[in-house]
Write a protein that binds this ligand. Structure first.
Ligand SMILES: C[S@@+](CC[C@H](N)C(=O)[O-])C[C@H]1O[C@@H](n2cnc3c(N)ncnc32)[C@H](O)[C@@H]1O
Length: 301
């Protein structure tokens, strides 16, 4: 009896890629996880180490026993609403792959607007001065700092974060993208130690108000670092202090760029106007029409 059980277990057919795709996407859909087939496909590519083309050309190929067991473990994590990017340890930002894990926020597509603006301003400064010095405040995975460094040779970026764990992830990404000569990682509170250093200060600091966090999806609320999300009672806890730090850390004529949440730009534009030391104050909309970035230039002396 024992040996029969053993034989029948051994001869059980290994599941094909196609049957796994169907099984995983169905399980995800039953748990109200959207884009189930797309996520199933990404999980399958991850466990088999296949490209999408290889996978779809070999749908009848069987998974090995260890691949099938690995897939089962990853599916269980996803069914608990852990973000797919943490499970596979990777996220795409501005066309580049970044390592991500529970120590950092998963970079969001809307943050690419911030990078677009930094690259445009940085290109002009480089053409004029031959060098550009940028601070990325609240760097997290290093997505902004490393993307800018990768696209603009001749840029030096200081990437600051208060979280030691986030800086460890940024260090992995800096190495992955060979950006160690351009990007310095600094643990600190906003821009406290810097004086008249930067041509551009860019910041995507936490801006969700504390109460709203509880209404967000479990993927965000239960898995992303609180310290990367929580902007205090009005979401703007860091902004006033960052404005004051930037006044000291920017060279005269240097640019400050801040990413904000929906409905926050009016208050921040007012704060900058009230400070009396910002020129060319402006807001830029993301693809959804939300005023996502507020910017201004530190007044010449
Ligand atoms: C919204 S996440 C942004 C991460 C990354 N820049 C991005 O766009 O994907 C904010 C980051 O700010 C960091 N942070 C929070 N408070 C900070 C402070 N006082 N000084 C420096 N960094 C801070 C958090 O640890 C987190 O990594």
């Amino acid at each position: 009896m024992h040996s029969m059980q053993h034989r029948s277990k051994k001869s059980a057919p290994s599941p094909s890629i196609q049957s796994c795709l169907l099984h995983v996407s169905k399980a995800l859909a039953e748990n109200r996880i959207e884009a189930g087939m797309q996520e199933a496909s990404i999980l399958l590519q991850h466990v088999t180490a296949m490209t999408p083309t290889d996978m779809y050309c070999n749908l009848q190929q069987s998974l090995s026993a260890s691949e099938a067991a690995h897939l089962k473990r990853l599916l269980q994590r996803r069914l608990c609403h852990e973000p797919l990017q943490y499970i596979i340890g990777s996220s795409t930002f501005y066309g580049l792959e970044f390592h991500v894990d529970h120590r950092v926020l998963i970079p969001r597509p809307e943050t690419e607007l911030l990078v677009d603006i930094v690259l445009a301003l940085g290109t002009d400064i480089l053409a004029h001065d031959g060098h550009v010095h940028i601070a990325d405040v609240g760097t997290g995975s290093g997505a902004i700092a490393i993307t800018v460094a990768t696209h603009l040779a001749g840029t030096r970026v200081v990437a600051v974060d208060a979280s030691r764990g986030a800086l460890a992830v940024a260090a992995i990404n800096r190495k992955k993208h060979s950006a160690s000569r351009q990007v310095d990682l600094v643990q600190g509170d906003l821009l406290a130690p810097f004086q008249r250093t930067f041509d551009i200060v860019v910041a995507n600091l936490p801006y969700i108000d504390t109460e709203t966090i509880e209404e967000l999806s479990p993927e965000v609320r239960c898995f992303e670092p609180r310290m990367a999300l929580d902007g205090g009672a009005d979401g703007l806890r860091h902004v006033g202090r960052l404005l004051r730090h930037a006044e000291t850390a920017l060279i005269r004529g240097g640019w400050l760029l801040l990413e904000l949440g929906a409905g926050q730009s009016t208050s921040v534009l007012q704060m900058m106007a009230d400070a009396g030391c910002w020129l060319d104050i402006d807001a830029r909309c993301d693809l959804q029409g939300i005023e996502r970035v507020v910017m201004g230039r530190y007044k010449e002396g």
